[in-house]
Ligand binder design. Structure first.
Ligand code: PSU
Ligand code: MN
Length: 312
């Protein structure tokens, strides 16, 4: 059964023709976010990553749909020029779900976070989405109340997000608690320990585990067939050859958190700052890890999307 675009949404949405054709034919499509391009990595690695990840999705039998808001239009599937603009234009805002109506109404450019990308993917009828890491409960959230909107979106939007887990710039234990409270399955692929983005290990047992992308696809079908609305967090550990072990990255993360506190940064600026600062502190190594894990997530997301499409 193919998804019908809501008539009230259609006037705002630009589906790339290749994405539209794949969706109409019930073929596998993988959504990709754009905050990671505009605010998550430096140029030119960001644009190379964005193109490379689309190629990985294609190589595994699915159609990539990178999502952003450009000139107020919800774009699902981007041209090479649009990817380049997102990678270079300093006027592109980082936009979460709360920002969407303003960016659309005022005709601005926005790079979409996991939360807003999930929402736009769902409007277009896309069920599987690959990213690097998701947002979560920030350390110190007890006083700052900084809990990523990504977690709320996972609670309400029917999209599977494939990530390398939750960075230990966040409070991983509290993030897993919030997911449980909201009924979101946090499932690790092939491991019993939940991964921590740069590292395969976090010290936290994964709430749930599946062994293969095909099993993950069956989980999605069962969830949504049963009317259990909302998303799934599918955690895919960074490949062993690319990881920065927890013992090595932890002091760097703590350094970056101290530097951030000294600058007084809060809110939406924290995640981009911390990612950039960790790249500086590690002399670029964390960027290589980040690129490797995004590509690995794109592969798994394509495999899940293909298996899910076959379930009909
Ligand atoms: N994690 C990364 N790279 C990123 C992000 C997360 O490794 O670029 C981005 C994603 O777009 C995610 C957002 O949705 O940061 C979370 O931001 P916040 O913590 O402000 O919710
Ligand atoms: Mn936040």
């Amino acid at each position: 059964m193919t998804h019908q675009i809501d008539p009230s949404v259609a006037p705002y949405l630009d589906l790339h023709p290749e994405v539209a054709a794949a969706l109409a034919a019930g073929q596998a499509v993988v959504a990709l976010e754009s905050t990671i391009i505009s605010h998550g990595m430096p140029f030119p690695q960001n644009v190379d990553m964005a193109r490379g990840v689309e190629d990985v999705v294609r190589a595994h039998g699915a159609v990539p749909a990178t999502i952003a808001v450009l000139g107020g239009r919800l774009k699902v599937g981007l041209t090479p020029d649009e990817l380049h603009l997102l990678a270079t234009d300093k006027g592109v805002d980082k936009i979460s779900t709360r920002d969407l109506p303003v960016t659309v109404a005022l005709g601005r450019h926005g790079a979409t976070t996991v939360a807003s990308t999930m929402r736009i993917a769902a409007l277009a009828g896309i069920r599987v989405f690959a990213t690097g890491g998701t947002g979560g409960v920030h350390r110190g959230a007890g006083s700052s109340m900084d809990v990523s909107a990504d977690l709320l979106e996972l609670a309400r939007t029917d999209v599977c997000v494939v990530s390398a887990g939750v960075k230990s710039i966040l409070d991983i234990g509290l993030t897993l608690e919030v997911l449980e409270t909201q009924g979101v399955p946090a499932i690790t692929l092939g491991e019993t320990e939940f991964p921590a983005f740069y590292s395969r290990q976090s010290g936290f047992t994964s709430p749930l585990t599946v062994q293969t992308p095909a099993e993950a696809a069956r989980v999605l079908k069962a969830k949504w067939d049963l009317g259990l609305s909302g998303g799934v967090m599918l955690a895919n550990p960074v490949p062993a050859g690319a990881e920065i072990p927890a013992a090595e990255i932890t002091p760097h993360i703590e350094q970056a958190l101290r530097d951030m506190d000294a600058l007084g940064l809060t809110g939406k600026d924290t995640t981009p700052y911390l990612l950039g600062r960790i790249v500086e502190i590690t002399g670029g190594r964390s960027l290589e890890t980040n690129i490797a894990l995004v590509r690995n997530n794109a592969m798994v997301a394509a495999q899940v999307a293909v298996a899910y499409a076959q379930l009909g």
